[in-house]
Design a protein around this ligand. Structure first.
Ligand code: PLP
Length: 322
């Protein structure tokens, strides 16, 4: 049923702690630990809903997608090495390259994962996480989820996927044995551009869920009740919207591919996408994002002298979920 149940905000919880120096049990309030006991409480309902949609065991709701990714990174010890896709959402790139590097001495290797062998070759003694976006946020490269998960399991390295650009309607990385999936719920999951949120969902790795649970309560950055309510409301129409996003993007990509002013269209649903076969294998739709390189500048007055300017300025807004 599509009816939304009422919001019951809970900023404080009553927890019973046994304090070492007290002889009786004392009830304490915590503004962070909030174990939200009832299904009608939005944060809890959202976590359960997304854990179900992604076929995971436990979900953790955050104030933004970046907060979710930051806490996953916080699960790593100091000096840990991360292998990430070489085409990443800018915020994630900053978290890996500038934030964790300074605060925790983290190292990141950006790898073109279209050949999983390159991931294997980049593994070091300190590698603790392989991080993928697929399709990637820029040029829509794909990563073979099963192949990367297999490398992670064999080498004892956590694997994380940012599934924001696909949504669980299109693919479920945990089904391929990834350790953790995150979403910026700001995008497809909410679908109405009226909330910023994030979620991390863990498969069967209890050590990782324990670390996330502790860090979420220690660091904060959690989703508020109203934002969680809005994401849940959006998810009710996710399937319908994704179907339409995919159909629209396919039509637009095909039309642009024939256009004389277009140098190149990157869309996993086009048969000329270099990883179209992989897309057919692991995605149940090709997504709503289309990347376009024009053969002209924005004024339409001729060739683009600088290829990266062309692709940057003309990345198609067709699939933006806003
Ligand atoms: C693929 C991807 N992941 C994560 C994020 C960060 O999400 P948020 O804006 O909710 O912090 C973005 C933002 O654009 C994104 O595109």
């Amino acid at each position: 049923m599509a009816a939304a149940s009422p919001i019951r905000p809970l900023a404080r919880s009553r927890r019973r702690f046994t304090l070492p120096r007290l002889t009786r049990r004392k009830s304490l309030g915590s503004t962070r630990a909030t174990p939200t006991p009832g299904p009608a409480i939005r944060g809890e309902a959202l976590k359960r809903c997304l854990a179900d949609l992604e076929n995971g065991s436990t979900g953790f709701a955050f104030a933004s997608g970046s907060a979710a990714i930051a806490i996953v990174l916080e699960c790593l010890d100091q000096g840990a090495h991360v292998i990430a896709t070489d085409d990443l959402n800018g915020g994630t790139f900053r978290l890996f390259g500038r934030v964790r590097k300074r605060s925790a001495g983290g190292e990141v290797s950006l790898v073109d994962m279209s050949d999983p062998q390159r991931v294997e070759a980049a593994i070091r003694l300190q590698t603790r996480l392989i991080w993928v976006e697929t399709p990637t946020n820029r040029v829509l490269k794909l990563v073979d989820l099963s192949a990367i998960a297999e490398i992670g399991r064999r080498r004892g390295i956590w694997t994380g996927a940012d599934n924001t650009f696909a949504s669980p309607w299109v693919q479920r990385p945990l089904d391929h044995c990834f350790s953790v999936v995150v979403h910026s719920t700001t995008k497809y999951l909410t679908g109405h551009s009226d909330v910023i949120g994030g979620i991390a969902i863990v498969g069967d790795d209890h050590e990782l869920s324990d670390r996330l649970r502790f860090l979420q309560s220690a660091v904060g950055g959690i989703a508020g009740p109203f934002g969680s309510f809005l994401v849940l409301r959006g998810i009710k129409t996710l399937a319908l919207r994704m179907e339409r996003h995919c159909a629209n993007a396919q039509t637009i990509a095909e039309a642009l591919d024939r256009h004389p002013s277009v140098r190149r269209v990157l869309y996993p649903g086009l048969s000329n996408h270099p990883q179209h076969e992989l897309a057919r294998r692991q995605m149940s739709g090709f997504g709503g994002m289309v990347t376009v390189e024009l053969a002209t500048d924005l004024a339409g007055s001729g060739g683009c002298s600088n290829e990266s300017d062309c692709s940057r300025s003309q990345r198609a807004s067709a699939g933006r979920t806003a």
